[in-house]
Structures are given as C-alpha cells and as structure tokens.
Ligand binder design. Structure first.
Ligand code: NAP
Length: 306
C-alpha cells in the first residue's frame, strides 16, 4: 500500500484536482525539514493536502504572496530572509506579530493573508512536553537578540516568567529585545546566566561554518560573543536550550551538559512551531507523534554526547 493510500488519500494520481497546497517561502529553502514535517502531518490526518518548498528571492516576496492568493494556497511558512517583510505585506497581523514586527506563518482564507508567529509558543510547548518546564514565575535568560530570540523573549514574558535577561553582542539590539518582555525584561551580563532556571541560546554560533565574526549582509564583520564559553557558567539545576539542531549537540550544549545542566536542542521547537502552523491552516489538532517520527523521533530532540 502506498503512503497516500495508507493515509486515506486517493491511491492513484495524487496530488489531484482537489489537493490543497501550502508551502514554505525562503532563500535558501531547499534544505528545509518543513515539507517532511507537514506532509507527515497531513498524511496522518488523512487530509488531501500537500506541502512544498518555494525558493523566493527577497525582491520577489510580494509577488509570491500575490501568487499564493491567486492560486488559492491555504497558507505559507515563512523563513529567512522574509520574516519581517511578510509581517508588513500581510493584510492582518496577530497581536504577537504586531509586537515582534515579524512572522513565520501566513494563513490564507478567502484571499485574506493573516500573519502569525509560532516560534515562541513552539519552543515553550517543546520545553513543557520534553522537559516538563513551565516558565511561570521563573528567571530566564536568552542569548542573542535576533528574530528567534525576540520571539522567545516575548513568549517567555507572556508565559509569566519572573524575569527575562537578554545577553547579546550588540547592546542596542539587546535592549530592543528585552523591551518585548516589559517590566520583566532587561539587558544582562554573561555572569547572570548562572542564576537563571532556563538559558536559551538563540544565535547561529553553534552551526557549522558560523564564523565568530558573522555579520548581517552589508554589515562589516564584528567579533562574536564567545557563545560556547558562556556555557562554562552553567550547571546542575538549569535547563539549557540551543535553538540550533544541526549538529544535535552544539559546543554550547556539550559544555553545559558536561557541567551537569539538562540540555535540549532546537529540533523540538521546529516540530512544535510546525504543529501550531498545521492547526492554524487545517483547524485540526496536529499529529505530534507522526511529526516527531518524520524527523527521527523524540530522542532526536535530546542531544547525546558523541
Ligand atoms: P538573526 O535574526 O540573524 O539573529 C542572530 C543573533 O545572533 C543576533 O542577535 C546576533 O547578534 C547574534 N549572532 C550572530 N552571530 C553571532 C556570533 N558569531 N557570536 C555571537 N552572536 C552572534 O537570526 P535568527 O533568525 O534569530 O536565528 C538565530 C538562530 O536560531 C539560527 O541558528 C537559527 O537557525 C535558529 N532558529 C531555530 C529555530 C528552530 O525552530 N529551532 C527557529 C528559528 C531560528 P547581533 O545582534 O550582535 O548581530
């Protein structure tokens, strides 16, 4: 039996005339795990839906959104470099998107494009499911102040964290990110990481090829924060998360784990943010077991030392 038939889809000629389409726009995007996750979810739900990757250059985003509307796509995932531009281009924005100025999801209904963000809630869901962690009343810290860090800062504040300390290479970006947490947020120093219950590493520093002087396109190279060295301040009783999931065990996580911290990589955030997207588009409860299975199972979100 084909996987289409197993999922209750027509066994012949799938995708067909009634297949609903969603996809991810980004540049680059051919490496994305999102098609695996979402197609597994649609199959498990028995939906005649398909998800594909659309490489879209920065200059083509508005045209791509207009095309998605015209072609009747049900929604889009949105990744770099389009997260800010899609928030501006959408017809409506969720409250969190208004605050962040960025979105990772578009829901298309009757031609209306609604921008949503699922990254922050996705991380918190993963921490609850995978580590039994609830931020309410706890001191938390975020390393980094880019799009992912900002989404996490806002989500932690909305979950009732007692404080959210932001540690970042560039001070003004740290202040802007911390402001998202209102009175709970402030800019902190590396020394403060030892005193919090949760540390979220939200820079690309643990990815292969991430140079210590990495900068945004058009900006001069700058020395990086010594991210892996920050983990020397961490230890037992702390939950430490790296949003990077390739490699599964980053130098930051390995250092924190060697000092007794509980560590988790960013794969669970990827799964749970996709689960929220699936629910927003389809109105169904997302099939988490099938989605985890598509990316290697729950243990893949639990890094083990090599
Ligand atoms: P971004 O908007 O470009 O922000 C990057 C942040 O990292 C900035 O605060 C930047 O500091 C800092 N940074 C960059 N290189 C650095 C270095 N070498 N040393 C120290 N700090 C450095 O990126 P993003 O979208 O937030 O993504 C951040 C990471 O999260 C990426 O690795 C991405 O793959 C990952 N992510 C994972 C998920 C998931 O589902 N698991 C979702 C989203 C993102 P400055 O402000 O000083 O420039």
């Amino acid at each position: 039996m084909t996987s289409a038939a197993a999922a209750g889809r027509p066994a012949v000629a799938w995708p067909g005339a009634r297949t609903e389409l969603v996809g991810v726009v980004g540049d680059p995007v051919r490496h994305s795990l999102s098609p695996l996750l979402h197609n597994a979810a649609f199959a498990a739900l028995g939906l005649d839906w398909a998800y594909v990757a659309f490489p879209v250059a920065r200059s083509e985003l508005a045209v791509a959104l207009a095309g998605a509307r015209a072609l009747g796509l049900r929604g889009l995932s949105v990744t770099m470099p389009h997260k800010e531009a899609i928030a501006r281009a959408a017809d409506q924005r969720s409250r969190a998107v208004e605050r962040l100025g960025a979105a990772n999801t578009v829901v298309l209904r009757s031609g209306i494009a609604v921008a949503e963000t699922t990254d922050g809630v996705g991380l918190l869901d993963d921490l609850r499911e995978g580590a039994g962690f609830d931020a309410s009343g706890l001191r938390c810290a975020v390393v980094g102040a880019g799009g992912a860090a900002r989404a996490v800062v806002l989500a932690l504040a909305e979950a009732g964290a007692r404080s959210v300390v932001v540690v970042n290479r560039t001070a003004d970006r740290a202040a802007q990110a911390a402001a998202l947490a209102g009175s709970a947020g402030r800019v902190g120093t590396p020394g403060e990481l030892a005193d919090v219950a949760l540390v979220v590493q939200a820079t690309p520093a643990g990815m292969p090829g991430a140079a210590s002087g990495a900068a945004r396109p058009g900006e001069p190279a700058r020395p990086g924060l010594a991210v892996a060295a920050l983990a020397r301040r961490l230890g037992a009783g702390q939950l430490v998360v790296d949003l990077v999931y390739h490699p599964p065990m980053t130098p930051f996580l390995a250092e924190a784990a060697s000092r007794g911290a509980t560590v988790r990589n960013g794969l669970g955030m990827l799964v749970h943010q996709a689960a929220h997207q699936c629910s927003l588009w389809t109105g169904e409860s997302a099939p988490l077991e099938a989605m985890w299975a598509a990316v290697g199972g729950r243990t893949a979100g639990r890094p083990v030392e090599p």
